[in-house]
Design a protein around this ligand. Structure first.
Ligand code: FES
Ligand code: FES
Length: 163
């Protein structure tokens, strides 16, 4: 099928054999955006989280055909080195990552949460940020989420439209 995808503010006309192909494979293997990670492949770990129309979506289990006509944002489109998104800034300040593999998914999940719940409580975090980190960086992550909430204004404009 022919499909048009809008990723980080850029439009891509693609030919995909099967519309049920996970969006993750298209993002990583066709568009070469490697920040979004593969972990479990069954919507359980959150490593593959990106945004579709501002909602956090586990892209390993989301058919590419459902993304047509929607705004997709990956970690590459969240901010830039020079102008990081508040979530990225908070992650830097709290030195959150260990191996780093799970972190893009956590940051995307957090950015989506803050647009809905600007000042999340610990309970909000427990209820909504249910990704898995094998290095167990949860304590630093919680601090970073609260710090990001201080830095964040709701519906932060995605800064790097050309990533
Ligand atoms: S790789 Fe998608 S949720 Fe684990
Ligand atoms: S930092 Fe290593 S898996 Fe989370």
């Amino acid at each position: 099928m022919n499909i048009s995808l809008n990723v980080n503010g850029r439009s891509h006309a693609l030919e995909i054999a099967d519309g049920n192909t996970p969006l993750l494979w298209v993002i990583r293997d066709i568009l070469d955006l490697k920040g979004t990670k593969f972990g479990c492949g069954k919507a359980a770990c959150g490593a593959c989280t990106l945004h579709v129309d501002g909602e956090a979506v586990r892209s390993c289990s989301y058919g590419v055909k459902f993304a047509e006509g929607k705004e997709i944002t990956t970690i590459e489109g969240l901010g830039t080195k020079e102008n990081p998104h508040p979530v990225q800034q908070a992650w830097i300040e709290e030195v959150v990552p260990q191996c780093g593999y799970c972190q893009p998914g956590f940051m995307m999940a957090t950015a989506a949460l803050l647009n809905k719940v600007p000042k999340p409580t610990d309970q909000d975090i427990d209820d909504n940020i249910i990704n898995v980190c094998r290095c167990a960086t949860y304590y630093r992550m919680r601090k970073a989420i609260h710090r990001a909430a201080e830095l964040h204004t709701p519906n932060e404009v995605v800064q790097n439209q050309n990533a």
